[in-house]
Design a protein around this ligand. Structure first.
Ligand SMILES: Nc1ncnc2c1ncn2[C@@H]1O[C@H](COP(=O)(O)OP(=O)(O)OP(=O)(O)O)[C@@H](O)[C@H]1O
Ligand SMILES: [Mg+2]
Length: 234
């Protein structure tokens, strides 16, 4: 049943104004329960693909359906962006408030929660990620790993139905990685998409893998890419 897809892309082609085709007649569908890694070489178009899914970039051809509805105009993406959390590859693109707590409370406020409710959920999320001690810090003064965890908190505090994570493990030490895995394991998500160069680090939260090459996605066996970075198909 088509409407059971959470996200569906059909015949998507995309080029930046100064580049050749990045995505080329790409098809993709995401169903409830799927937890997929997206792998591919540097510059393959993985980040571009996430940005197209949430309307941050518009494809030259193709159609996008989210939760069963076709999305075309900017306004069509407002609701999906409140329900699908996107972790940007660069945390500096995600953080803009004068304090960590305000950044993490921003999404819940946007979803219509009161200031107190938004702050409570922000503190709870920071605590789940083991970074409540950062709540009063200025985001741009944080370390790389701290920024990535705060960026993740801004996404998780919105309690999204679907998570799109663009290289979430970069810069994380072992304990932070364990906390991330625990959250991804326990969180009531309908589906998860993770762009990663190291799918074996996330294997316990994944159940499939797609390889982006020449502008299209190809399914690959997760077991083939779980053994470590050298087992990747590129
Ligand atoms: N804003 C932009 N303007 C022009 N070209 C861009 C822009 N952003 C990305 N590109 C180009 O589009 C292609 C796809 O980039 P994208 O960031 O989607 O790759 P990626 O698969 O996420 O790579 P990585 O693994 O290095 O993050 C690359 O060739 C890149 O140089
Ligand atoms: Mg990228």
């Amino acid at each position: 049943m088509e409407d059971s897809f959470l996200i569906e892309l059909k015949d998507i082609s995309f080029s930046y104004s100064n580049s050749g085709k990045v995505l080329s007649s790409l098809n993709f569908s995401l169903k409830k329960g799927e937890r997929l890694a997206i792998i591919g070489g540097n510059g393959a178009g993985k980040t571009t693909l996430f940005h197209i899914m949430l309307g941050l970039l518009r494809p030259q051809t193709g159609t996008i359906r989210i939760f069963g509805k076709t999305v075309l105009k900017e306004a069509d993406f407002f609701e999906p962006r409140l329900k699908i959390g996107l972790l940007f590859q660069d945390p500096d693109d995600q953080l803009f408030s004068p304090s960590v707590l305000e950044d993490v409370a921003f999404g819940p406020l946007n979803q219509g929660l009161s200031h107190k409710e938004a702050r409570d959920i922000a503190r709870k999320t920071l605590s789940e990620l083991g970074i409540l001690h950062l709540e009063k810090r200025v985001p741009y003064e944080l370390s790389g790993g701290e920024k990535r965890l705060v960026a993740l908190a801004t996404v998780l505090s919105m309690r999204p139905r679907v998570l799109l994570l663009d290289e979430p493990t970069v810069g994380l030490e072992k304990r932070a990685l364990r906390r991330l895995l625990k959250i991804l394991n326990n969180y009531p998500l309908e589906a998860l998409l993770v762009i990663t160069h190291l799918p074996h680090l996330l294997s316990e939260v994944l159940n499939g893998c797609l390889f982006l090459e020449n502008g299209r996605l190809f399914p690959v066996s997760l077991s083939k890419v779980q053994d470590g970075p050298f087992a990747l198909p590129y």
